[in-house]
Write a protein that binds this ligand. Structure first.
Ligand code: GRF
Length: 205
């Protein structure tokens, strides 16, 4: 069977993408990265993609409506036969049009235990609130913000002397682990969605 094709969308550093790429290269994820797309021209993630000899494209969102931009992204993903879209620090909200093109085929990683601390600066929100544990969540993307069904979460402690930086680092380590795990389950066809609940099956669907 042909390998599943991943499409990565990012806007910055690209460390989650790098962890996924590493797992793909090592055979831990039985898929190929078909294309990496960024809405930011000088995103570090694009450089990493090019160093890895992956197809890397910048798409300029300036002067375009959300849907017009998304139509360009979707066209590129379709052209590259992408099966699964992975948002990895992609700082844009997807249009309903985009989401409809890939039903239950778009993943996102969020640096908090959803449904807590949605949106930007989740780690800062967690520190300000004073929670004792935080973590990260990989979820399907629906038409809300950080609101789709959750596939996997990881928990980390919040320490008394944590800063936004130290907490982010601790969470990031777990992000790199669980994002690849979620992708692996989906590639293996072991993920079943029932309403908001996602079940991981022992054997493929
Ligand atoms: C991560 O914290 C991720 O959870 C959030 O954006 C950040 C992206 O980091 N969605 P990187 O670009 O993958 O290093």
């Amino acid at each position: 069977m042909a390998k599943k094709q991943l499409g990565i969308l990012l806007s910055g550093r690209g460390s989650n993408f790098e962890a996924i790429a590493e797992n793909v290269e090592q055979g831990g994820i039985n898929a190929e990265i078909a294309i990496v797309i960024s809405d930011v021209a000088d995103a570090r993630g694009l450089d990493i993609a090019r160093q890895r000899k992956l197809e890397a494209r910048f798409l300029d969102p300036r002067g375009k409506s959300r849907e017009d931009f998304d139509r360009e992204v979707v066209a590129l993903l379709v052209e590259h036969k992408v099966d699964l879209v992975c948002l990895a620090g992609f700082m844009r909200i997807l249009s309903p049009f985009f989401i409809q093109q890939f039903p239950a085929r778009i993943l996102n990683i969020h640096p908090a235990l959803l449904p807590s601390f949605k949106g930007l600066h989740a780690q800062r929100q967690a520190l300000r609130y004073g929670v004792k544990v935080s973590g990260c969540s990989v979820h399907f993307v629906d038409d809300g913000v950080d609101s789709g069904p959750i596939i996997i979460q990881a928990v980390v402690p919040v320490l008394d002397d944590d800063t936004e930086e130290t907490l982010s680092q601790r969470i990031l380590k777990e992000e790199h682990r669980i994002y690849s795990q979620a992708i692996r389950w989906i590639i293996e066809d072991r993920v079943q969605i029932a309403g908001r609940r996602v079940r991981i099956l022992e054997t493929p669907v």
